[in-house]
Design a protein around this ligand. Structure first.
Ligand code: ATP
Ligand code: MG
Length: 466
């Protein structure tokens, strides 16, 4: 429907210019974006910049999303004004960044990111391989390390990644400016890299992940020439700083289209080796369905505007590894709780060797994992203590999702659902009187474990609630 609408409107639109420096300009009658669709802050920023004699447009993802009839996440502005000129026009603004400066303009709670048109870095000019301050601009693989040359609006379009991301919207004249056939590609539902795709991936390997994410989010097919070099260049992702890689992966997982993103990653074979977190999570037959269920549950929650926790999702993706290692150690005769502790550390360490999950997520992930065996204990006072645990709700959701995906007992998950809602008397009746305390006594008395109780998750000591 959207396709029809856009092609109907744009079909009679401005002629696409033959030269990339001459844009196709679509007037207000040729598209359905209205200035009211633009956030107040972005609109006022453009108006003010234009009043001061500069050109200024809403740019990138927001224009693309509006043409597709979607609500943009944020509105970025691109302008001919230099950062200090932008800064001097807006009282509530500040310059961000050292090498490539952008300006944050604040309007109430909204912050608008304003960048000056930038030229695309090209390796053709050997003089250009160093910045004015002498710093290297590319690494040995062609990855661009800095990118801070001001340019024209047409150059700013060319340095963007995909044609559909290189559209500008003027909220004063209500015109769409298209230098790179972005509108045509949007109508054809194609994601097309600007320029030579291999070179563009070398400059910034993260563009491979962006191709997967944006095609999944927008329902666009990755054009064949754009997809082709990925197979031979995916190893370049190894050179990308871990923090940037993690940020991009998190964007995918929390995009509301995580399932579709992962599917695209698999089609492009980008989840292999380089992203062991996903590789391992999805291909493990025992826990793969659980990892997928967690991705789906996250998508669903985002669709319903419910909050999601990245730590929960990461814990779910790593659970396969943790569980496998836990049982391996138990089978070697190690008691259950210490085995689980070692397994958690091993899983996190192995993960750090590839894609580092920031340590701020560790505590929550560990807590969710450590609480899992405690759902198996339904005797004595232990269920009451678990219920009072501050992380009970998240841990229960985790257990319940495992049960749904065949990774934990459905009967136990249902028991806990009832137990939470039951009154005092019913709770007492529900308790499994024979569990836990007896084993506790046995351990206290003998010290030595019987060979057959080493592997039972019911064995997790009450002390596991630290
Ligand atoms: P989202 O909907 O996720 O915000 P987006 O396309 O807006 O998608 P941003 O990361 O917000 O993504 O980037 C804003 C714009 O900056 C993009 O539309 C694109 O024009 C440009 N851009 C972002 N990342 C790159 C990149 N790695 N290489 C070239 N251009 C990029
Ligand atoms: Mg954006």
């Amino acid at each position: 429907m959207i396709k029809k609408f856009i092609s109907r409107v744009f079909g009679r639109g401005a002629k696409q210019a033959a030269h990339p420096s001459k844009p196709a300009v679509y007037g207000p009658d040729k598209h359905h974006i209205h200035k009211d669709h633009i956030s107040r802050g972005a609109r006022k920023t453009c108006e003010e910049l234009q009043r001061a004699g500069h050109t200024a447009y809403v740019v990138g993802g927001a224009v693309r999303d509006l043409l597709l009839g979607r609500q943009p996440k944020d509105f970025d502005v691109a302008t001919s004004a230099h950062p200090d000129e932008v800064r001097s026009l807006f009282r509530r603004s500040r310059i961000i960044g050292r090498r490539f400066q952008i300006v944050h303009v604040m309007w109430g709670a909204e912050t608008v990111e304003v960048s000056t048109y930038r030229a695309h870095f090209t390796t053709k000019d050997p003089e250009a391989e160093e910045d004015a301050d002498g710093a290297d601009r590319q690494d040995e693989h062609g990855r661009v390390l800095s990118d801070n040359v001001f340019g024209t609006q047409a150059e700013d379009a060319v340095r963007r990644d995909f044609t559909v991301n290189a559209l500008f919207y003027d909220p004063v004249k209500e015109e769409v400016w298209d230098f790179q056939h972005g509108v045509k590609d949007l109508i054809a539902k194609k994601l097309v890299m600007i320029g030579d795709p291999a070179t563009r991936y070398r400059e910034d390997p993260v563009r491979m992940l962006r191709a997967a994410r944006l095609s999944a989010k927008l329902g666009l097919a990755i054009e064949s020439k754009t997809a082709a070099p990925i197979a031979s260049l995916k190893h370049l992702l190894e050179n990308v700083p871990q923090a940037r890689l993690f940020e991009e992966i998190l964007k995918m997982l929390l995009s509301g289209n995580a399932v579709a993103c992962v599917q695209r990653l698999r089609e492009l074979e980008l989840h292999h080796g380089l992203l062991p977190l996903l590789d391992d999570a999805l291909e493990d037959p025992a826990t793969g369905p659980f990892a997928m269920a967690a991705l789906k549950a996250t998508d669903d929650r985002l669709r319903e505007d419910k909050p999601v926790s990245p730590a929960f999702l990461l814990a779910a993706l790593l659970w396969g590894r943790v569980e496998r290692r836990w049982h391996e150690l138990e089978e070697k005769g190690q008691p259950s709780t210490p085995s689980l502790h070692s397994a958690m550390h091993d899983a996190l360490d192995a993960q750090r060797g590839s894609l580092a999950i920031p340590r701020r997520f560790d505590a929550t992930m560990k807590e969710l994992w450590l609480l899992q065996p405690r759902f198996l204990q339904r005797g004595g006072t232990r269920p009451f203590r678990l219920l009072e645990h501050p992380r009970f709700r998240a841990a229960y959701d985790f257990f319940e999702l495992r049960a749904q995906a065949g990774n934990a007992s459905v009967e136990i998950a249902q028991w806990w659902e009832r137990f939470q809602e039951a009154g005092g008397d019913e709770r007492e009746r529900m308790l499994h009187a024979d569990e836990g305390p007896k084993k506790k006594k046995r351990r206290r008395r003998g010290g030595k474990r019987r060979p057959d109780d080493g592997g039972s998750p019911e064995e997790v000591a009450p002390g596991a609630d630290e």
